[in-house]
Design a protein around this ligand. Structure first.
Ligand code: SF4
Length: 368
C-alpha cells in the first residue's frame, strides 16, 4: 500500500519525511481525513495544536480508570483528575464497564496496543514504519477459540462500525486468528452494540481502508469539506472556507449523530458561559466604577433597580376602603394599581435596591 515517490501537499512539494508523518495510520487519523482533508492537514502535516474539549478529556480519564479497574489496580484516584461535578458520572461509567466485562468471556487483553506493517506482520507500536496501529480496549476469547474486540464509548454519539471492523481486520491479519465478534459498550446509555464478523465485512473494511489511504497519499490540495464537524474544528479561523461556513451558519444538523453532538457542545458551552459570567462579575465588582467598557456605546456592569415591597403589617383591606372613600365619582370604573397604592400610602411600602449585572447602552446604569 505504501508508495515511495514524493508527494505534493497543500504546502507544496512534500518530502518522504512529510509523507511518513501520515503513518502509522490510526482510526482517528483516517476518520479525520475522511471528515475534512484540510483539517487533517492542519493537524498532522502542520502539527498545529488542537483544543481538547472537556468530553475528550473525560473520555481519556475514564478509559484509563477502566483499564486500572480491570487490572485490579486502584482506579478511583484516576478519576480525581476530573472536575468535581463530573466524577460521579465517570464512576458510574467505570462500574458499568466492569459489570459488562464480567459477562463477555475470558479477557485476554486490556488496552492492547497493536501495530502492523504493510504486509500485515506485527511490529512495535512505536515503529515509525508501521502501517496501521490502534489500541483495543478489551480483547476477549470466545468459547470456540475466536477473539472478540470491544471498545468503550463514553460519549453519546453512535460510533462508526468501521473502527471495530478495522481492528478485527488488523488482528486477523497479524495473528492469523479468527475474530468472531466486534462491538461497542456504550457507557452513557448502558447499551451493547455488537456485530458478527463475516469474511464479506472484512473485505469491505479492507477496500474502505485502501481507498482512504490511497486518497490521502495521493492528495494534492487537502480540500476543506465543511459540515457539522466544523463546529468542533480548532482551525476554523484558518480555514479557507471560513466565510462560506459562516454564511451557511454552520453548525448544521443533518443527522441524529450531529444533533446529539451539537446538543453536547451547547451543554459544555453553557457551563463555560456560566464560568465566564462569574469571572466577569467578580472582576466588575472590584472596579471603581462597577462597569467595563465593551465599545463606544456599550458597557457591562452592575445595575441597581428598585424593589418595592408591601410591609408585613400593612392592611390591604383598609387601604382599599380608604381609597374608595376618596373616590369622587363611584359610578366610574377605576383600577387599583400597586403604583397608586404606593403613592397614596407610602408608609405601608418599603423600597430597596436590587443589584444585578448586565449590558448597558452608553454606560447608563439604569439601562436594562
Ligand atoms: S472549519 Fe470545517 S472545513 Fe474548515 S478546516 Fe475545519 S473542519 Fe475543515
Amino acid at each position: 500500500m505504501k508508495t515511495e515517490e514524493k508527494r505534493p501537499s497543500a504546502d507544496g512539494a512534500k518530502t518522504q519525511k512529510d509523507y511518513n508523518t501520515f503513518r502509522p495510520y490510526s482510526m482517528s487519523r483516517l476518520l479525520e481525513y475522511e471528515r475534512c482533508p484540510q483539517r487533517f492537514m492542519f493537524k498532522y502535516l502542520r502539527h498545529l495544536p488542537e483544543i481538547q474539549d472537556n468530553a475528550g478529556f473525560q473520555g481519556q480519564v475514564i478509559h484509563e480508570a477502566i483499564a486500572k479497574a480491570l487490572r485490579g489496580e486502584n482506579w478511583e484516584d484516576a478519576l480525581a483528575e476530573l472536575a468535581f461535578d463530573d466524577i460521579q458520572d465517570a464512576k458510574y461509567k467505570v462500574l458499568t464497564a466492569l459489570k459488562y466485562s464480567k459477562n463477555l468471556g475470558n479477557i485476554v487483553g486490556i488496552e492492547t496496543k497493536f501495530a502492523i506493517l504493510d504486509n500485515g506482520t506485527i511490529t512495535d507500536f512505536g515503529d515509525p514504519d508501521g502501517f496501521l496501529r490502534g489500541i483495543i480496549d478489551l480483547l476477549v476469547e470466545d468459547p470456540n477459540g475466536g477473539l472478540m474486540i470491544w471498545d468503550w464509548k463514553t460519549g453519546h454519539s453512535k460510533p462508526t462500525k468501521f473502527q471495530v471492523f478495522l481492528y478485527a481486520w488488523a488482528v486477523q491479519k497479524a495473528l492469523n486468528r479468527r475474530v468472531s465478534k466486534v462491538g461497542y459498550i456504550l457507557l452513557s446509555s448502558s447499551e451493547i452494540l455488537d456485530f458478527e464478523v463475516s469474511k464479506e465485512e472484512l473485505e469491505i473494511t479492507e477496500r474502505k481502508l485502501n481507498k482512504l489511504v490511497s486518497a490521502l497519499e495521493n492528495d494534492k490540495d487537502f480540500r476543506a469539506t465543511p459540515g457539522g464537524h466544523c463546529a468542533y474544528c480548532s482551525y476554523v479561523g484558518m480555514c479557507p472556507l471560513v466565510s462560506l461556513i459562516e454564511a451557511k451558519d454552520i453548525p448544521t444538523v443533518r443527522s441524529d449523530d450531529e444533533a446529539s453532538e451539537i446538543a453536547k457542545k451547547i451543554k459544555v458551552l453553557e457551563e463555560k458561559l456560566k464560568k465566564y459570567e462569574d469571572a466577569l462579575k467578580g472582576y466588575v465588582e472590584e472596579t471603581e466604577t462597577g462597569k467595563v467598557k465593551i465599545d463606544n456605546n456599550m458597557w457591562y456592569g452592575i445595575k441597581y433597580s428598585d424593589v418595592v415591597k408591601l410591609s408585613k403589617t400593612a392592611d390591604l383591606n383598609s387601604m382599599y376602603k380608604d381609597l374608595w372613600n376618596q373616590v369622587e365619582d363611584p359610578t366610574r370604573f377605576f383600577k387599583v394599581e400597586n403604583k397608586v397604592l404606593q403613592e397614596k400610602f407610602p408608609e405601608n411600602f418599603s423600597v430597596s435596591k436590587r443589584k444585578s449585572f448586565g449590558f448597558m447602552e452608553g454606560g447608563n446604569e439604569n439601562d436594562n
